[in-house]
Write a protein that binds this ligand. Structure first.
Ligand SMILES: CC(C)(COP(=O)(O)OP(=O)(O)OC[C@H]1O[C@@H](n2cnc3c(N)ncnc32)[C@H](O)[C@@H]1OP(=O)(O)O)[C@@H](O)C(=O)NCCC(=O)NCCS
Length: 166
C-alpha cells in the first residue's frame, strides 16, 4: 500500500476536505444520507470542521482524516456520540471512490478502535450500515464487529447494527 496516514482533523483542512467531499459527493450519496447543499462551500465546510473540533474538545466526537503522501484528504472517519457514562460511541467512515478496496477504511477504523480503548476508555462501539453496503459490512466484520440481531418490533428496515465489545 502507498503511504497513507490517519491523523486528527484540523482547522486548516477546509479546502482539502471540500475538494474530497465534492469529488465524492455522488458516491457517498449512493451509500449514506446526503448532506445539506450548503455544506458544499468553503463556509459550509469551515463551519462543519469548527463544529467537529469543538465537539472533539469536549470529548463527544473524535474526527480523523486519511491523508495521502501529497497531503490530500482521501478518506475520513469519526468516533461519534462518545458517551463516557455508558462507555460507548458510534463509528462512521468514508473513502475516496478512486481508492476503495485498498484497505483505507480498515486502516482508519483500526485507528479509531485503538483510540476508543486507549484514549477514551470505551467498552463498546456501534455502527449502523445499510444492508446493501457490502464493502462497509466487510470492513466492520474484519475489525471484529458482530451483526446484532434486530428486535422483533424493529422498524429500521434495510439498516443493520454492528457492535464491537472490548
Ligand atoms: C465503505 C467504504 C468506506 C469502504 O472503504 P474501503 O477503503 O474500500 O474499505 P477496505 O478496502 O478497507 O475494505 C473494503 C472491502 O470490501 C470489499 N468490497 C467493497 N465493495 C464490495 C462489494 N460490492 N462486494 C463485495 N466486496 C466488496 C473490498 O474488496 C474490500 O475487501 P478486500 O480487502 O477483502 O478486497 C467505502 O466504500 C465508502 O466510502 N463508501 C461510501 C460511504 C460509506 O458507505 N460509508 C460507510 C457507511 S456505514
Amino acid at each position: 500500500m502507498k503511504p497513507f496516514r490517519v491523523r486528527e482533523l484540523n482547522s486548516t483542512d477546509t479546502e482539502a476536505l471540500l475538494a474530497f467531499e465534492i469529488q465524492n459527493r455522488e458516491w457517498f450519496e449512493s451509500h449514506i444520507d446526503a448532506r445539506a447543499p450548503a455544506f458544499y462551500t468553503l463556509q459550509g465546510v469551515a463551519e462543519h470542521i469548527e463544529c467537529y473540533l469543538s465537539d472533539f474538545a469536549i470529548g463527544v466526537w473524535h474526527p480523523v482524516v486519511i491523508e495521502d503522501d501529497n497531503g490530500e484528504i482521501v478518506g475520513r472517519a469519526n468516533l461519534k456520540c462518545i458517551d463516557s457514562a455508558n462507555s460507548t460511541a458510534e463509528v462512521g467512515y468514508r473513502v475516496d471512490q478512486r481508492l476503495c478496496g485498498q484497505g483505507l477504511a480498515t486502516l482508519a477504523l483500526k485507528h479509531l478502535i485503538q483510540e476508543a480503548q486507549m484514549r477514551w476508555g470505551l467498552a463498546q462501539l456501534v455502527a449502523y450500515v445499510y444492508d446493501a453496503n457490502i464493502g462497509s459490512k466487510k470492513v466492520l466484520e474484519r475489525c471484529g464487529f458482530l451483526l446484532e440481531r434486530p428486535p422483533a418490533n424493529d422498524n429500521t428496515a434495510g439498516e443493520c447494527r454492528f457492535v464491537l465489545a472490548f
